[in-house]
Every structure is written in structure tokens, then in C-alpha cells.
Design a protein around this ligand. Structure first.
Ligand SMILES: *Cc1c(COP(=O)(O)O)cnc(C)c1O
Length: 523
């Protein structure tokens, strides 16, 4: 966490003046308690535990023995519990309210998934246990893999990648291995302008030259520009579908055919699978590799670096190059295949991405989610996700500019621009205003193809009442930003921290507590 004196609470009097309410002497607001750093409340002189005087024994550490106290703050047990509980209350979470982050699919995580993931038979397994004792866990991985290939219409799936971006890496490594196997090294990966930032990053990480493909005015890949650029130096095209403008790429099959015609592969960023699960099978659209973010489409809590899992479904052409290890059913037993052999059909694997089989906790949550919905339920998930996003789009289109509002219904997320806000008012002001209204801000300034973008993904798990409340908040903020209400530029007023200097936070992060550093950063 970065922390700056500047971003710390303004003196209570100053806050009070701004919104005309009497100050409190503590800085607390009702039951929202202000909380200093643990170093500021604890003292090295106090301790929560009474230790007997340590017996004097000769140190065997020689000159490696610590000479000075390390200055850890001392607090009683109750003080410690309160400190962390107060901090946890300053977090916003999907369990507190609607989390409109576009592209992130922040949906409710059914508690049933948690219960299943915590079952001792899964949670207490060790990855090095003999496979005869882990048959149930291997069966879960195998069954989940079958669901994923069935839902996507793909040939096989690599289960081990640990997040979406890791899955992209897996897919591109498969593509590179396939090209090398036919002695056809290629140097370029084409990425549409509206791609998620991880796509070009992954391609560059794999050593490819990344080239942009422009978008059409209606927010989709420019098919003609893509066709013109295709050639024998192109290894792959990475396309997000549904794309980050919240639109379905209708030309996907035509694109795939054109890409295949020049001997290249189609990588699909499947992070937005939530919008089409049960309705569209990417395999039917000519996709060669696609990651699925289990932590988005198939629930499980995520964000803040929380656990992810990014299985990659593969076409028949890429399947032989998939990473090790993988689960195979041999007779009535499940086997984790750890080694490649030239004799069997797995001799072409590009290698290994992770130490073990992948994210077991996520596999159990995802399978629990899938089984509790069933195929029909998953179809309803995507239907409701798209319905909710269109409800947001249509409920705000008269107060916020919807650049692709004329391109037909959106998919799972609604996109707005900052066009029409009063001079000097920005998307950031609306985002900060949302914090005061009790909502996590939407994704902003992404995708880059739209000026001052606001990307809102409500997900299917929000009720109409919750959507209406969110719409009401945004309508009010849009009205204020259009009317030039100067007070909005000071938002947030009610959050534990006021508006931070984000440039300073990015350029000069202070990650270690040190009084003199903090003083310097404040200057
Ligand atoms: C979330 C996301 C990713 C990256 O997935 P991680 O699991 O965060 O690595 C890639 N592309 C899109 C479109 C996404 O929404």
C-alpha cells in the first residue's frame, strides 16, 4: 500500500468546513473509525505478552546476531484485533455492494463454492501425495476440464495456468511451439486497438513484435485493415471477444478463416466469456487458443491479487504442444501425466508453467459453481449479465454519452465517454463522486479507443433494485459534472482518504514505514 502524508485525512476542521458539518475531535465519522498506521499506534516499549526474562545464553550467531531492537510496534491483543478490523472495514468488497468494474466480472461468489473448497479432502491435500490417494482431486480437475471443453467446443484444455495473463502466455507458447515444429518461425502478433493491456504485454514477453489493428467507428475490429496486414510474418492475432467496448465481434469466423489462410493462429482473450457462456462456442468460431478466467466467469473471489486460474482451451492443432502436467483418465483411474515421452502423443509439449497441477482451490470452486447451475443455468447467467448491462446502458444513455449506443445492444458491459461534461470536468470526478455515493468506481480511461472511458459491468448477480440505486447515483453525478458543480472536483469527501495524488503515488511510492521518508514525500 502506498501512503502519503498528503493523502492522509485533512484536519477534521477543514473537512467540516467543506461540507458544513461540525467536526469531531477524533477525525472519526459516525462508526467509520479513522486508523493510523500500526507503527503510529504501537510502541516498541509495550507488548501484548508478558515474557519471563530470557535466560542469558551464549549466542551461537557470532557477528550475525542482531545488535539493536528492530522496532516492531507493541500492542495488546485487543489493540491488534481492532487495528486490523478497522482497516478491513475500509475495504470495499463485492460482499458490501455493487462492484461495477468493467472487464473484471466482479460477481457474487456463492458460499457453496467456499464450503466445497474448504472440504478437508480437497483443502488438506499435498501436491506431492501419491496419486493413489488423490484420485478424487484428479477427478475434479478432469471433470472441470470436460465442462470447459464442452462449453467452448474446443479439443482440449491446459488447466495449469494460474490467471488470465498466465493463460495468454500459455496460449502463445503453444502457438510458438506449433510454428517451430513446422519450421516456420514468425515474428509478429497483431493486436486490435481495443485489446486488454495484457495481450500486447504477453506477445512482447514472448519476443513477438506487436502491431496494432485499428477499430471501426462502431467499436469492432477493422476487418479490412486486419486482412491487409495479414502475411507470412504473422504468428497470431489476439482478439478479445466479446471485446472491451462491450461488443460481440460478429466477424470472428471471417477473421479466423483469413488468419488461418495465411498459416497463423487465432488467440482469443476469453476473459469476457461470462457474456456468452452457454450460447456461443468459441471453437465454432475458429479459435485456436483461449484462456478462461475461472475467477471471473465461474465466480470465486478475486481482486487485490487474490487467487486466479486461467485454463486455456486449445484447438486440435495446438493440443499436442500443451504444457505439462495434465490429468488423463486411464481406464478407471486418473493419472497426472508429469513427463513427456517421444513415443506417446505428448512428445511435443512446450514444457511446464507451474510447479504442480494448478489452482486446486479454484478448480473446486469453479466445478461447484458449474454443477450448481447446470448447462441451462449457465445459459441464464450470460443472458442476465447482458440484460443487466443493457439496463445500465439504456438507463444512462440520456445523461452520459454512449459512443457505441447506436451499435445495437451491448454485451456484458456498458461503455460511456466524457463527452458533454462541463469544461474542466472529467471521468475522474465522476469516479471519485461514486465513492461518496458508496460505490466502487467503474473501470475508467479504458478502453483507450474512447475518450475518458467509463466501462461498467454490473454482472448478472445484481438485482434490479441494486441497479436502480447505482443508476440513480450515476445520473446525479453526471448531472453535476454537466452543470459544472465545483464541489464535485473535491470528491471524495466521505471516504477515509481524500483525493490522492496518483502521479506521485505511481512515481514515488513509499512502501516502507519510515518517518523521514513520509515527511519527504509530503514536501
Ligand atoms: C481480467 C482480464 C485479463 C487478465 O486476466 P488476469 O486473470 O487478471 O491475469 C485479460 N483480458 C481481459 C479482457 C480481462 O478482463
Amino acid at each position: 500500500m502506498t501512503m502519503f502524508k498528503e493523502g492522509r485525512p485533512t484536519a477534521p476542521q477543514a473537512v467540516a468546513q467543506e461540507h458544513m458539518s461540525p467536526a469531531t475531535v477524533t477525525g472519526n465519522r459516525a462508526l467509520m473509525l479513522e486508523e493510523p498506521l500500526i507503527f503510529e499506534i504501537g510502541s516498541p516499549a509495550t507488548t501484548g505478552v508478558d515474557f519471563a526474562e530470557a535466560p542469558k545464553i551464549a549466542s551461537r550467531l557470532g557477528n550475525l546476531a542482531r545488535q539493536d531492537a528492530i522496532g516492531l510496534p507493541g500492542l495488546s491483543e485487543q489493540e491488534t484485533v481492532r487495528h486490523y478490523t478497522r482497516l478491513s472495514r475500509q475495504n470495499y468488497a463485492i460482499d458490501l455492494g455493487l462492484f461495477p468494474l468493467g472487464s473484471c466480472t466482479m460477481k457474487h461468489n456463492p458460499r457453496l463454492n467456499e464450503k466445497v473448497a474448504r472440504m478437508a479432502g480437497f483443502a488438506d491435500l499435498h501436491p506431492l501425495q501419491p496419486q493413489s490417494t488423490t484420485q478424487g482431486a484428479l477427478a475434479v480437475i478432469h471433470e472441470l476440464a470436460q465442462w470447459l471443453t464442452t462449453l467452448t467446443g474446443m479439443h482440449s484444455v491446459a488447466m495449469s495456468p494460474k490467471a488470465g495473463a498466465h493463460g495468454e502466455l500459455c496460449g502463445l507458447l503453444c502457438i510458438r511451439a506449433a510454428l517451430e515444429a513446422r519450421g516456420d518461425a514468425r515474428s509478429v502478433v497483431l493486436v486490435p486497438e481495443s485489446a486488454h493491456g495484457t495481450n500486447p504485454a504477453t506477445a512482447a514477453f514472448c519476443g513477438y513484435k506487436v502491431e496494432d489493428i485499428p477499430a471501426t467507428p462502431d467499436g469492432r475490429v477493422d476487418l479490412e485493415a486486419l486482412k491487409t496486414r495479414l502475411g507470412p510474418d504473422v504468428a497470431a492475432v489476439m482478439i478479445t471477444n466479446p471485446n472491451t467496448c462491450g461488443l460481440f465481434e460478429r466477424d470472428m469466423k471471417t477473421i479466423s478463416d483469413a488468419v488461418h489462410a495465411v498459416g497463423a493462429f487465432v488467440y482469443c482473450d476469453g476473459a469476457n466469456f461470462n457474456a456468452i457462456v452457454g450460447r456461443v462456442r468459441p471453437g465454432d468460431l475458429g479459435v485456436d487458443a483461449m484462456h478462461i478466467n475461472l475467477h471471473k466467469t465461474f465466480s470465486t473471489p478475486h481482486g487485490g491479487g487474490g487467487p486466479g486460474s486461467g485454463p486455456v482451451v486449445l484447438s486440435e492443432a495446438l493440443a499436442p504442444f500443451a504444457p505439462l502436467p495434465f490429468v488423463e483418465k486411464q481406464g478407471d483411474r486418473f493419472v497426472l501425466v508429469e513427463e513427456e515421452t517421444v513415443e506417446d502423443h505428448h512428445g511435443d509439449s512446450f514444457g511446464r508453467m507451474v510447479a504442480f497441477h494448478g489452482q486446486m482451490g479454484m478448480f473446486t470452486r469453479a466445478l461447484a459453481y458449474i454443477l450448481s447451475h447446470g448447462a441451462d443455468g449457465l445459459r441464464q447467467v450470460s443472458g442476465d449479465a447482458v440484460l443487466n448491462a443493457n439496463y445500465i446502458l439504456r438507463s444512462l444513455a440520456d445523461v452520459l454519452d454512449a459512443p457505441f449506443g447506436q451499435s445495437g445492444p451491448c454485451m456484458h458491459e456498458a461503455l460511456f465517454s466524457d463527452k458533454g461534461l462541463a469544461e474542466g470536468f472529467t471521468t475522474l470526478d465522476i469516479a471519485k463522486g461514486l465513492i461518496d455515493e458508496g460505490f466502487h468506481p467503474m473501470t475508467m480511461y479504458f478502453p483507450l479507443v474512447v475518450h475518458g472511458a467509463m466501462l461498467i459491468e454490473p454482472t448478472e448477480t445484481e438485482s434490479k433494485a441494486a441497479l436502480d440505486q447505482f443508476v440513480m447515483a450515476l445520473r446525479s453525478l453526471a448531472g453535476r459534472a454537466k452543470a459544472g458543480d465545483e464541489a464535485l472536483k473535491g470528491a471524495p469527501y466521505h471516504a477515509p482518504r481524500r483525493r490522492l495524488d496518483e502521479t506521485l503515488a505511481a512515481r514515488k511510492p513509499v512502501l516502507v514505514w519510515n518517518e523521514s521518508d513520509l515527511a519527504q514525500a509530503a514536501e
